[in-house]
Every structure is written in C-alpha cells, then in structure tokens.
Design a protein around this ligand. Structure first.
Ligand code: GLY
Ligand code: MN
Ligand code: MN
Length: 462
C-alpha cells in the first residue's frame, strides 16, 4: 500500500477524533433508540480480517482489510485489532507473529502511531487478557473469532451499529480527501502511460504493465482488478483478461484502473480511440465525455443521486435517436427501457476505503433502505447528495451482443438500426469515470484536476 509522506499528523488526528465522535454517537444512538434486542454496547473491537489460503496449500489469497478497520488505520494486514472505548485513546493491538517465513513487521508512520495506545502481541489468542469488561461489540468478517473471545452473539456485528457506521462513511473529512486526491493523482499518471502504450500499438498485457509501472504498484496493490479492454472486449463491463499477442490494429481502449493510498481507492475509467476508429463511435465518445462533464456540473448538495442516473438514461436515449442507432423518439425509448440495453449499470457508486463503498442504498443511519428504481436495479447509490460525500460518476455506452441480440427478433426489434449495430459491435463500448466530492455549492472533481493531456488532444496529435 502506498503511504504518503506529506500526510500531516493534524488532518489524521482530526480524522481519528472525528471517528471517535461518530462511534460514540453511534453507541449513544443505539442505546437510546431501542433498535433491537442487543446488549448495551460499551466498546467496539474492530478486526482487520484473517489471511485466507488456497485449498490444501500454504499460498495465501491476496488480503484486503475489512472496511471499518481501514477507515481508522492505513494497515493492510490480517489479525490487527482496534479497541474503541468512550473517553479513552483507542488501543491498537498490533499482532506481529514470530515467523521466519514471511516479513511480519509493520511500519507504522509516527503521525499514525501517536493517535493510539499501541499494544504489540504475537498472537490473537493473547487478546482476552487485555479486553476487560462486558459490552464489547465485535466488528469484522470472522464473527467466530469474536465468539471465541467470549463476545455474546448479539454483539457480533450488531446491525444497528453497522447501519450507523456504513451510512456515515459516505462523508469524507480533509484527511480522507487528501488520500483520495493522491490516489487519483497516481492513477492519472498510470492512465497517461496506458494511453501512450495503446497509441503505440501495445496489447492489453503491455498496457496493463505500463499502468502498473507508471504508478509503481504491484497488481495486488490495485483497489480492484484492472479492466484493460481493447475493441470488442470493452463491451464486457468487468473484463478481466489481458490478451498478449499483436494488437497493433486495435482502435479502442477502455481502461478502468485505480490506485490505493493509505487504504483509500480511486476508480477511474478512460476510453481512448485511434484516429481510424469508426467515425460514429468517435462522435459517440465525444458525446459521452461531454455527458460525463455535464453530470459533474449538475452535482450540488440536496439533489438525489438517482437524478444523475435518470439524466444519463435520457441523454443516452437522445444519443440513440440523434446518431440513428435507434428510431422513434427519446421519450418512447425511455418508456421501453431501451437505454438500459446500452448502459446496463448504474451511473456510479460511493467510494472510499472500498471501491464500491457501503451504505449506498441507505436513506438514514438507522438502516432505512432506499432501493434502486425497478428500471435500474444495478444502481448502487440512491442517496441524497450532501457536502463531503464522495462517489463516482461513470456513464457508459456499450454494444453488448448478449443484451442486444435477443432484441433482434423481439417485440422491440423495429426500434434498432441493426446494420449500424452490427458495424459497431467491433468497437465494444465507452465508459468515462471520475471521482467526485460534493462541495457546499457543487462538486470537486478529484480526478480531472490531475488529468495529463486529454483524449481529444491525443486524437488531434495522431
Ligand atoms: N471499477 C469498477 C467500477 O467502476 O465500478
Ligand atoms: Mn466505478
Ligand atoms: Mn471503475
């Protein structure tokens, strides 16, 4: 995990103090709210998680710490524990096994260490003698471990506590924004290198390596599996392969790749084309880039995120008509849910220590749910926008045979310009994705401020 030297102890100290406040408020709200039959919570023990191994082997599965742990500490190691008690400096139980097979030491920067009472142990089973009193709630992915520590069943991942914490994780403080900006800055360095590699005729494998190398990161340090898709593969939303072999005649690159800084991830997509790409696809790319910028321009406090999604579907309906990919008018296409065949995903999601961050469907901290509209079940965020909330905006437009082919002989077949669609299948698709923070009047684009050149400029250069 990349750790930045410039992080000030002041913003991190404010972050930890804010978290202490949120946890104390959560505990108070739950005990006065009678949200369910849970015992009174006096303290919270957060577990980073357990290392997993492939079956029958001692080879470990890449580890990613539990989100509520990463929220406190930039330590991506299994079996780390944080104990939060009202009125006390939080205790970090740093478990460092005596082990000569792997490096086990943890480099904790001073600005981080000074916020905690540090207790170093060699195994998790030494924890109980340090945990006094009842009323400990366990948060983590191994409730069985909480059980073995003597924590009662109703205090293992208590839902009311998780609802409260999940909901509030959407709002970022200055420390968190510093990490998110740094994660975007690094990713944009990688995107620039990836695009250069594509324009020189690189294949998916080479473009992927160009990205990692420019960011100086290993593959398992990425916040998610890089999507590096040339031509028709860019219509596979989470395309996972990296094809080797000559791809010098490729015309479209869709790369969705982020970076992680102190646990916070960026999630950025760029689509680039060669000058000899299908001209209609090139027009579509220009329109989609404009749509993405327009969406960012609409962001303001108090609007509903679902409005951004609706605006996207309407614009796609209009593009379908304007570019003669479909007949009819935009309203009719919307009513018949045609845009969703070209953009089957939501326009974005909350972002933070997890790339698809928690709480996107919560309408309050008590756990009330605001589901996505029936016409867009994949929409991951339905929240009302508030200052300091961070999410992605990622409109897409794809020619996906799996979704379009069944329409060829269906009741909506007459709406599609099939010869054009057949031509465009080879171009795949487009996605443009930025990371956005809501300000008191609009939006800060955490991504564009670090853009190196632009796709349009590059097209002119070639
Ligand atoms: N990188 C996955 C997504 O954009 O949601
Ligand atoms: Mn995303
Ligand atoms: Mn993405």
């Amino acid at each position: 995990m990349t750790t930045l030297a410039y992080t000030t102890s002041e913003t991190y100290s404010n972050h930890v103090n804010r978290l202490i406040e949120v946890y104390e408020n959560a505990i108070n709200a739950i005990s006065t709210n009678s949200c369910g039959p849970i015992s009174h919570i006096e303290s919270v023990l957060i577990h980073s998680g357990r290392a997993g191994h492939y079956f029958g082997d001692d080879r470990s599965i890449p580890f990613q710490a539990y989100g509520h742990f990463s929220h406190w500490l930039p330590v991506n190691q299994p079996d780390q524990f944080l104990h939060i008690r009202a009125g006390e400096k939080p205790t970090y139980f740093q478990i460092i096994p005596s082990d000569f097979w792997y490096e086990q030491s943890i480099d904790l920067p001073d600005w981080c260490a000074e916020q905690f009472q540090l207790v170093t142990l060699t195994a998790a089973n030494q924890l109980p003698r340090h945990l006094q009193g009842k009323g400990i709630a366990y948060l983590g992915e191994q409730p069985g471990l909480g059980d073995s520590l003597g924590i009662s069943a109703d205090m293992l991942n208590p839902q009311p506590l998780l609802h409260y914490l999940d909901f509030n994780r959407a709002y970022k403080n200055e420390y968190e924004l510093e990490q998110l900006r740094a994660a975007n800055k690094l990713a944009m360095t990688g995107h620039s290198a990836a695009r250069e590699c594509f324009l020189k005729g690189g294949n998916e494998f080479q473009i992927h390596m160009a990205y990692l190398s420019a960011c100086e990161i290993l593959e398992n340090e990425c916040p998610y599996t890089n999507i590096v898709a040339l031509d028709e593969k860019s219509a596979i939303l989470h395309y996972q392969h990296k094809r080797r072999g000559s791809r010098a005649d490729s015309r479209v690159l869709l790369i969705d790749a982020g970076c992680r800084v102190n646990g916070y991830g960026s999630d950025v997509t760029r689509t680039s084309v060669r000058p000899n790409v299908n001209s209609l696809f090139q027009q579509l790319l220009i329109k989609m880039e404009q749509l993405e910028k327009d969406l960012v321009g609409l962001v303001k406090p108090r609007m509903d995120y679902t409005e951004l999604h609706s605006y996207t579907l309407r614009t796609i309906a209009e593009l379908l008509v304007d570019l003669e990919i479909c007949s009819g008018n935009a309203t009719e296409l919307l009513e018949r849910e045609i845009p969703q065949l070209f953009m089957p995903h939501g326009v974005g999601h909350l972002l933070g220590v997890q790339v698809h961050d928690v709480g996107g469907h919560q309408s309050d901290q008590n756990g009330a749910i605001l589901p996505p509209p029936p016409h867009s079940p994949a929409l991951r965020n339905t929240r009302e926008l508030r200052e300091s909330m961070v999410f992605t905006i990622e409109p897409g437009f794809y020619f996906i045979p799996l979704l379009l082919e069944p329409e060829r002989n269906g009741s909506r077949a007459e709406l599609f310009n099939w010869s054009l669609i057949d031509e465009l299948y080879s171009c795949g698709g487009i996605r443009v994705e930025d990371n956005i923070c809501v300000t008191n009047t609009g939006a800060e684009n955490l991504t564009r401020q670090f853009e190196v050149g632009s796709q349009i400029d590059l097209r002119k250069r070639n």
